[in-house]
Ligand binder design. Structure first.
Ligand code: BGC
Length: 918
């Protein structure tokens, strides 16, 4: 029987507060028959769930489109709720046409016009604060009347800072870390919630706490006051009554403001909460707030309503919960071990406290030689460093409870101080907090270490996808572009990251420099210490500048910005999202940014590197163009980054950044220039931009010619001893076909010479195994995958890692972050090669895909599932008595090409399939 399920609007379930005029609708189909494809659909949308006021009837459309179907009905207005359902007909290979009708779902529009905003931005504090120190969170409250006959109430809010809100003492949402992180001076998200059920006739109260957040916290890089130093708030409640009347209660001077118990609320350095200073009952109706001050209206150019956009991604939510084991470390400290490295916080219950008793929780990722250890992520620790720390100052009671409001920490261990009686594990729970993306993928095989690696990778994704993709949840917490592009494909396998990336990539475009350079970390953060600096920042933004993170607050790119492999997020991430979800929107949104980035690289390549002028590429011309013009040998690049030691590459740990700055190794930069030009040409093709397609394709061919001429020796050698240059060359298809075999042979040699250990860094690691496999070195590929000696993926697993480390030997040396997802990109090989589930660019989004599993190594079985936009894809195999049994599942409305190891190829429709290969 045909069934329709999982209806989504803009990738979300019944979203409230969207602004797309043609929202993307999607549904999944299920059937117990084989080879079923959708034949037609009819979407009906109405302003009421009884479908009396129809705003769109698509009519029966002969089409197999079941994702990204655009609403094309009447123009949508602010606050309007639209109900929709779909009727589908589908046909199996041997069956009659079947029909089905879906349940009804809805979406609701946010505030679409600036005039819809009646609330005004208010300051959360009256007096100027000392901007060099941590300041308390702000408490805001406002009482208001609700008349009889309320039928609907919505709240719209945002803040400079992070906000939490309550209506009549009840928390208004499960979403946390609102309003999320965007390029705040260009756009700031507001949230919409339905609060109808929280209101009562008569008096009501709206209460808010605002903490530092990304706005004035120290989450990006090392700085504080990332975007500003004044906490501000904007919101309005819209009340609708049965008689059709409407009332708006907006933020204005009637709001009362004060400080309370939350004395410090930095996302990274932590919180201080003094329960003695909390005004009892301040969230209650009728609380005497006469001692509170009136909120002043805020002023400033960046308070424009035009910057407001509704939330564009999934919300951040509290997710898994862990309970600890209580340990005493070698120094006698009490340490809670939650068993899993996460990003989040701890909820605690305290018993029989004394007034003024201070309980501290300090969060760390590791232990060193049996002692609680923070040094791997914070090197300048002194006894006074308040780092990833929560201090709770008790009021004195039989029981007190606390959980951080706005702090989020990377940790597995928590050192507890200040509790005199026995510490009960049940009084503490660690909560993982991350963007609430749907989990889509899982992989399991006979090697338990690999299974743990998969878990570790998924946990590193969870630990780093907090509205933006960060490098780590501890040290920098910056949305580094390189890390995100390296991991994008793997991220899409574990979770549905489309809305997450669509939202973040918009900021990558917005913050692109005028010359096309892309910052290394987006949104770029800085440290603001005066109103003049804020104003200069805004003025410079208008001129197209953004504020650099590492470069200092001078409105110019930092010296490290625009690194090859990092800036290429502009092409790689949208292309990857298109490949995995098939949504043209991402290409339309990002094409200009991609193009400008490639044009920037092309210009940089034309610039002369004075130190290279003697080299032959500067002397040779073809068609009047100097070969060196196709070699990107200028500007700073991080290079392969964190490549393990090899004779030729040198030990990167010993190369200080100054030395690296001078390094303009053209190998990496030229390869990325080529790759990005190729991807831009492909995007242009999809978008029907034939001129651009031709231009970037031709350009890339010239780069390939020059790369082959100067960088690849006749025997295929690129750089002896290193693996990364070979991997990159093969992966990007940068060598001429006749050289491919030789280049691959040199890679395989480098792997064997290194004792079957990898020695790739950030950029090439995801492709190493694919390239070994694809070029005939399956044995080497699996040997490296299952390797347990360092450097390898499984070495940290053996040492007990529960996430992916920044450094291959991080746990041996207690060095650097323990939660950096990028090396976890090897999981793409598990999904895409070991189980062989691969999307195809001609039929993106797994509409037609490949199943090409490769049993290998010591593995006796492997299975992967992937929840595509169409439904569940499965690929499993098991070795049994000299044979291998394969099992596949293909979702309705898709087709797959199954390629078996014995060379058999089968094109199949939806359904389940089994094969045996002897
Ligand atoms: C970050 C990386 C980032 C890199 C730039 C590091 O400090 O943690 O993940 O990509 O800097 O090379």
């Amino acid at each position: 029987m045909l069934k329709i399920k999982a209806l989504r609007t803009e990738y979300l379930e019944n979203p409230i507060g969207i602004d797309a005029q043609n929202p993307r609708l999607s549904w999944k189909l299920e059937s117990d028959r084989q080879g079923v494809m959708q034949k037609s659909y009819q979407v009906t949308a109405a302003l009421d769930s009884a479908f009396e006021t129809i705003v769109w009837d698509s009519g029966m459309v002969q089409s197999d489109a079941s994702v990204q179907v655009l609403y094309k009905g009447e123009k949508l207005c602010s606050g309007q709720r639209v109900y929709w359902k779909v009727k589908v007909t589908a046909e199996g290979e041997t069956t009659e046409i079947e029909a089905a009708e879906s349940e009804t779902v809805f979406f609701e529009m946010g505030l679409l016009k600036e005039e819809d905003w009646k609330g005004k931005w208010i300051e959360a504090v009256r007096e100027p604060e000392d901007i060099e120190s941590y300041n308390p969170a702000s408490y805001l409250r406002r009482e208001f009347q609700v008349k009889k006959g309320l039928v609907r109430a919505r709240i719209y809010q945002t803040a400079h800072g992070l906000y939490e809100f309550w209506v009549n003492e009840k928390r208004g949402t499960k979403d946390v870390f609102k309003p999320g992180f965007t390029s705040y001076y260009h756009r700031i998200q507001y949230q919409t919630y339905d609060i109808t059920k929280l209101l009562e006739e008569g008096e009501n109260v709206w209460s808010v706490i605002i903490g530092d957040g990304w706005w004035r916290g120290s989450t990006g890089g090392m700085y504080r006051n990332n975007f500003g130093y004044r906490l501000q708030f904007l919101g309005q409640i819209v009340l609708e009554y049965a008689d059709g009347s409407k009332e708006v209660v907006g933020t204005d001077e009637k709001f009362k403001i004060a400080h309370g118990g939350l004395r410090m609320s930095d996302m990274k350095f932590g919180e201080v909460y003094d329960a003695r200073l909390e005004s009892k009952g301040w969230k209650k109706i009728g609380f005497d707030d006469s001692a509170w001050e009136d909120a002043p209206l805020a002023e400033g150019k960046y308070l424009n309503y035009s910057l407001l956009v509704p939330s564009r991604s999934v919300p951040i939510r509290e997710k898994e919960v862990f309970f600890p084991k209580v340990l005493v470390d070698k120094e006698g400290s009490t340490v809670l071990d939650f068993g899993q490295n996460i990003a989040g916080y701890v909820r605690m219950k305290l018993r029989n406290t004394r007034k003024g008793q201070t309980i501290s929780l300090i969060h760390s990722e590791g232990m060193k030689d049996g002692v609680f250890y923070l040094g791997n992520v914070c090197t300048d620790l002194t006894d006074n460093t308040h780092y990833q720390q929560v201090d709770y100052i008790a009021e004195g009671a039989d029981e007190e409870k606390y959980q951080p409001f706005f702090g989020v920490f990377g940790f597995r261990y928590v050192k507890v101080t200040g509790i005199e009686q026995e510490i009960l594990p049940e009084d503490f729970e660690a909560v993982a907090v991350y963007s609430d993306m749907e989990e889509t993928g899982d992989f399991h095989c006979s090697n338990e270490l690999i299974n743990q690696l998969v878990k570790n990778s998924r946990w590193s994704q969870k630990g780093n996808f907090l509205d933006v993709p960060t490098d780590c949840p501890t040290r920098e917490r910056s949305p580094w572009t390189g890390d995100a592009q390296v991991y994008a494909k793997t991220a899409s396998e574990f979770m549905n990251v489309y809305p997450f990336f669509e939202k973040w990539l918009a900021d990558v475009s917005i913050e692109q420099y005028r010359d096309g350079m892309v910052a290394n970390s987006v949104p770029v953060t800085t440290s603001l210490h005066s109103e003049e600096e804020v104003n200069r920042l805004i003025t410079e933004n208008k001129c197209g500048f953004i504020v650099p993170g590492i470069g200092g607050p001078d409105g110019k790119p930092g010296v490290f910005d625009g690194s090859a492999g990092w800036g290429d997020v502009a092409t790689i991430a949208p292309y990857t999202m298109y490949l995995c979800y098939g949504d043209r929107q991402i290409l339309e949104n990002q094409f200009e940014c991609a193009k400008r980035w490639v044009d920037y690289m092309i210009r940089c390549a034309k610039d002369e590197n004075e130190k290279q002028m003697e080299r032959p590429e500067y002397q040779n011309f073809e068609n009047g163009v100097r070969d060196a013009d196709y070699i990107f040998d200028t500007r700073f690049h991080f290079g392969e980054w964190l490549e393990p030691y090899s004779e030729e590459s040198g030990d990167p740990a010993e190369q200080d950044l100054e030395a690296q700055k001078k390094r303009t190794d053209p190998l990496v930069a030229t390869a990325y220039m080529y790759h990005s030009a190729v991807l831009t040409a492909k995007m242009a093709e999809v978008l029907g931009k034939s001129e651009e397609q031709k231009y970037y394709r031709e350009y890339s061919e010239n780069v390939k010619r020059v790369y082959n001429k100067y960088f690849i020796h006749p025997d295929g050698t690129i750089v002896k001893g290193r693996q990364a240059p070979y991997v990159r060359t093969l992966q990007f298809d940068l060598c001429y076909p006749e050289m491919r075999k030789k280049v691959a042979a040199r890679l395989a040699e480098a792997v064997r010479d290194n004792g079957m250990c990898l020695n790739t860094g950030f950029l090439s690691t995801p492709f190493l195994l694919f390239q070994l496999l694809e070029n005939g070195y399956k044995e080497e590929a699996f040997a490296v995958l299952e390797q347990t000696k360092a450097p390898s993926w499984l070495h940290p697993v053996i040492l007990g890692a529960t996430t992916i480390l920044e450094e291959w030997t991080g746990l041996d040396e207690h060095m650097n972050s323990y939660n950096h997802y990028s090396y976890g990109a090897v999981c793409d090989f598990l999904f895409g090669a070991v189980c062989g589930i691969q999307p195809l660019i001609e039929t993106p989004g797994y509409k037609h895909f490949e199943l090409r599993p490769v049993p290998g190594g010591t593995l006796s079985c492997a299975k992967a599932t992937y929840e595509s936009l169409y439904g569940t894809i499965r690929s499993e195999w098991e070795k049994k008595e000299g044979r291998i049994e394969f099992y596949f599942a293909v979702p309705v409305n898709t087709t797959a090409r199954i390629v078996l190891p014995d060379g058999r190829v089968e094109n199949v429709g939806s359904g389940e399939y089994r094969f045996v290969v002897s």
